[in-house]
Ligand binder design. Structure first.
Ligand SMILES: *[C@@H]1O[C@H](CO)[C@@H](O)[C@H](O)[C@H]1NC(C)=O
Ligand SMILES: *[C@@H]1O[C@H](CO)[C@@H](O)[C@H](O)[C@H]1NC(C)=O
Ligand SMILES: *[C@@H]1O[C@H](CO)[C@@H](O)[C@H](O)[C@H]1NC(C)=O
Ligand SMILES: *[C@@H]1O[C@H](CO)[C@@H](O)[C@H](O)[C@H]1NC(C)=O
Ligand SMILES: *[C@@H]1O[C@H](CO)[C@@H](O)[C@H](O)[C@H]1NC(C)=O
Ligand SMILES: *[C@@H]1O[C@H](CO)[C@@H](O)[C@H](O)[C@H]1NC(C)=O
Ligand SMILES: *[C@@H]1O[C@H](CO)[C@@H](O)[C@H](O)[C@H]1NC(C)=O
Ligand SMILES: *[C@@H]1O[C@H](CO)[C@@H](O)[C@H](O)[C@H]1NC(C)=O
Length: 788
């Protein structure tokens, strides 16, 4: 493996005369000149960071000799790599440890001084220590005091330190724009410190600090990650990894994309898995999508940037540079402007003033008057019943999200024709990894320019990275690598999401004694976890064939997050035992509640909207069609406030937006009565199948009649059954002349306690959803819009 490394300790004897140098490691011998920690966990030495470029670094010891992909945890000279010739790390007999580039330039030093006998020791914690050589030797310098972008277990992060992200994942280690530090108010924060602007993005600046349970009233600033996976800081911020409790190799890294992730792996394994991250919504990280662009995020596709309409990208290798207008702004009175409406778009940058209770017209007027105004944010404040107006002179940190209620009105010249927005047009070319670096050397042999060809390397822990941009966008690839590895001990990202052991869940359910439901592919039991949380545990039947179903549920739901989606807290996979742990819903399913007449009109309407929002989120915001395929009242749970929570993704399958491949759906999915005609006629399956099922569910809520049994009709003494959908449709057709046709279909249990106008809207929306022709059906977000 490693040839003749200099083991563990370099003992340095003090020379009394002549030689100023007492010891050195040489870059030319970098394949042999290593310092290895006693148990071999860490290695320190010259690490190649480009062609003929090296940095003195500490990394997790690799099994194989090729260092290309080693996990570097510390670097002496990340900004200034040294030449592959005649560069050395030397301990001078004055006690100073210095790094010399090409035999001449002092690139880095510890600035220590001692005339005692010193030693340089690499511990198994990853700490490189320069200390006096005697028992309880005085420590002159240690690498733990100067972290780069990584914190190791038991390394204290204090007021004197920063973690600063690297430019890119593995090809350029020099520092970039993200910083983790203790602010002057003693709070741990993440800062984007870009070339043009700088802003704190974590904790969310919109929250007050105490809302985040942070404590400003403390007198110290220190944070540590312990070996079990608990990161806690003196400001009361605690972060428990999803695999907390196990002794694993761990590291906390401020990644090049501005998120802090805790990685873990079993000793001897190569691949790191993400066991938690600080920022859950990646678009909250500032500076990713530069000025005049918006960021959107989907759990599967990851984060994407797009230019505003009328704007074009500045550097398509680097979204952080943003977009520039493809037209000329001019401040004469000749140019006429119009405003383009961009719903659910928000820019987290400085507002040029704030105007309370302004109409759209007033706000528009202000923006037209002001030459610098390039857009305005317009937001309805429900609590006060007023609209607020925020003119903008710069558009930074843009976000597109269905969660955001306000809209942006973008100022564009009237004559501007080309308005195709530059959406997500990332070209994933591997060539992006190659970059030429030029650096001037005045070395003895190498005069002039030396080119470093950077090698492409990748690997971001457990997440497979499809393509890199300099600090730009990453697309996370999901699929069968899925975040559940074969040993299944960690799931990427989602915090609080963990693996349970079978015995733990058996105990929680008292031996699977209390059955609360049976759904697709499994039986659901009530359970109480050791921390007293009440959960619903779904035990999958038929686990031999259920593997794909199981993995689909775990990897999809584990990352989805919506207030109308049932929360998943973990899973268990031990041989044939496959279980899913969900939050428990006291009030049962929509089906139970409908049959027991629990739901008044307001609750039903709320459930209709909430369910629509959840489906809109799944279909659209996830940027990839996530189809549920089995929407029915049994799969919609109701929480204590009668808010809906969509459950059971056992049948869902991912469909690529561009690839309508029916072969993904070999089996008919869904439940009779709620199934769209496409299933029956073997037609293309799209998100409109969920729209159809949703329409049926809404009709069921309105009428109180189940679509599975049909409506019994007595016509000319003849009894027959009619489909619910047909029945309602006929009612509308026949009774349309009458003032309010919905009276004819409304669930008698509601009496007259409902809002007839809204009921009619709801019924019309539902009938549109159940159109036979899928192309005529609205999308789920159109449904949300019509109902809100
Ligand atoms: C290390 O691996 C990379 C590709 O993974 C290869 O290009 C390089 O030549 C290898 N280096 C050595 C010293 O074998
Ligand atoms: C890394 O990026 C910085 C800033 O762009 C640049 O100055 C430096 O030369 C790069 N280093 C390498 C090794 O590519
Ligand atoms: C620390 O956080 C917990 C919850 O995480 C909260 O209950 C507690 O009040 C916080 N303490 C302080 C001093 O803010
Ligand atoms: C994590 O560490 C903090 C500080 O030491 C402690 O208060 C907290 O209880 C720990 N959490 C767990 C789950 O061990
Ligand atoms: C963003 O757009 C504004 C106005 O259209 C323009 O002044 C500014 O230069 C743009 N930003 C960049 C980085 O091009
Ligand atoms: C544009 O019109 C406004 C009023 O309509 C006037 O106050 C302003 O001076 C005009 N600006 C120019 C450059 O003509
Ligand atoms: C908003 O403005 C309108 C008139 O411009 C006024 O009638 C209304 O009372 C205002 N509302 C609030 C909450 O200030
Ligand atoms: C480095 O990682 C990349 C991507 O994970 C892989 O293709 C390559 O073979 C690895 N190189 C070495 C030397 O392990």
């Amino acid at each position: 493996m490693i040839h003749s490394p200099i083991f563990f300790t370099i003992l340095v004897l003090l020379f009394h005369f002549q030689h100023s140098l007492s010891f050195s490691l040489s870059v030319e011998r970098h394949e042999n000149d290593f310092i290895v920690s006693p148990k071999g966990t860490f290695t320190a030495g010259f690490y190649p960071v480009g062609e003929n470029a090296y940095s003195f670094a500490i990394w997790f010891t690799q099994k194989h000799k090729n260092l290309t992909n080693a996990t570097v945890v510390w670097m002496a000279n990340r900004e200034q790599p040294v030449n592959g010739k005649r560069s050395t790390l030397s301990l001078l007999n004055t006690g100073n440890l210095i790094l010399t580039d090409a035999g001449q330039f002092n690139v880095w030093s510890t600035n220590t001084y001692s005339l005692k006998q010193l030693e340089l020791v690499l511990y198994d914690t990853g700490n490189l220590i320069l200390r006096e050589h005697n028992t309880n030797g005085f420590i002159l310098w240690q690498s733990f005091d100067f972290p780069t972008d990584t914190l190791l277990p038991d390394q204290s992060f204090t007021r004197y330190m920063n973690l600063v992200s690297s430019k890119r994942d593995t090809t350029n280690y020099s520092s970039s724009c993200y910083k983790l530090f203790f602010d002057n108010d003693n709070l741990l924060r993440l800062l984007y410190d870009g070339p043009g602007d700088s802003s704190v993005y974590w904790p969310d600046p919109l929250f007050l600090d105490w809302q985040d349970s942070r404590s400003m009233y403390n007198h110290n600033r220190v944070a540590t990650l312990n070996r079990l996976g608990n990161f806690s800081s003196s400001d009361n911020f605690t972060f428990i990894t999803s695999d907390y409790g196990t002794v694993l190799q761990r590291r906390l890294t401020l990644d090049f994309d501005g998120n802090v992730r805790v990685y873990s792996r079993k000793q001897g394994q190569e691949k790191w898995l993400v066991s938690g991250q600080f920022v859950q919504q990646p678009c909250q990280i500032h500076g990713i999508c530069g000025p005049n662009s918006t960021c959107s995020y989907g759990p599967i596709k990851g984060r994407k940037c797009s230019c505003l309409p009328g704007y074009s990208i500045i550097n398509n290798q680097d979204w952080s540079q943003g977009c520039k207008p493809s037209f000329q702004f001019s401040c004469n009175n000749k140019t006429e402007y119009r405003f383009k409406f961009l719903p659910r778009v928000k820019f987290n940058s400085y507002n040029y003033g704030f105007h309370k209770n302004y109409t759209y017209k007033q706000c528009k007027h202000i923006c037209l008057q002001m030459c610098e105004c390039i857009a305005f944010q317009f937001r309805y404040i429900k609590k006060k019943g007023v609209n607020n107006c925020y003119p903008k002179t710069q558009l930074l940190n843009g976000l597109r999200s269905t969660e955001f209620k306000g809209s942006l009105f973008l100022k564009l010249p009237k004559n501007n024709i080309v308005l195709t927005p530059e959406y997500d047009n990332l070209v994933c070319s591997r060539n992006n990894g190659i970059k030429q670096l030029q650096r001037l050397y005045v070395g003895e042999k190498e005069n002039g320019l030396v080119n470093f060809m950077l090698m492409f390397a990748s690997g971001l822990g457990g997440i497979e990275v499809l393509c890199f941009f300099l600090v730009g966008c990453i697309l996370f690839k999901n699929r069968k690598q899925s975040s559940v590895d074969n040993h299944g001990y960690v799931i990427a990202s989602a915090t609080g999401f963990r693996k349970f052991s079978y015995s733990e869940l058996k105990k929680a359910t008292k031996g699977f004694s209390q059955e609360i439901g049976r759904g697709a592919g499994g039986t659901v039991y009530k359970g109480i976890l050791s921390d007293d949380r009440v959960v619903a545990i779904k035990r999958l039947h038929d686990t031999n064939q259920g593997d794909s179903e199981f993995l689909a549920e775990v990897s999809i739901i584990g990352r989805l997050n919506h207030m109308n989606l049932i929360g998943m807290w973990g899973y268990c996979a031990e041989g044939k035992h496959k279980l899913l742990v969900y939050e428990y819903m006291e009030n049962g399913t929509l089906a139970d509640n409908l049959s027991s007449n629990e739901l008044d009109w307001g609750k039903r309407y709320g459930i209709a909207i909430g369910t629509a929002k959840c489906l809109a989120y799944l279909h659209e915001e996830c940027l990839e069609w996530i189809l549920h395929c089995d929407i029915k009242p049994q799969n919609i749970l109701v929480d204590s406030d009668y808010r809906p929570k969509v459950a059971d993704f056992g049948l869902s399958k991912l469909l690529n937006r561009n690839e309508h491949d029916n072969s993904n759906f070999s089996r008919i999915r869904g439940t009779r009565g709620y199934m769209a005609p496409e299933w029956v006629f073997n037609m293309q399956i799209t998100s409109k199948v969920d729209v159809y099922s949703y329409g049926v569910v809404v009709l069921e809520m309105i009428t109180g009649k189940s679509p599975t049994t049909g409506i019994q009709i007595k016509d000319k003494e003849e009894l027959y059954h009619e489909r619910l959908v047909t029945w309602v449709r006929e009612k509308r057709r026949k009774v349309l002349e009458v003032a309010c046709w919905v009276e004819e279909i409304v669930d008698p249990a509601l009496g007259s306690n409902y809002d007839a106008k809204r009921m009619e809207t709801l019924a019309n929306v539902a009938l549109d959803c159940v159109q036979e022709d899928k192309d005529v059906r609205p999308t789920m977000s159109q449904v949300v819009e019509r109902l809100s």
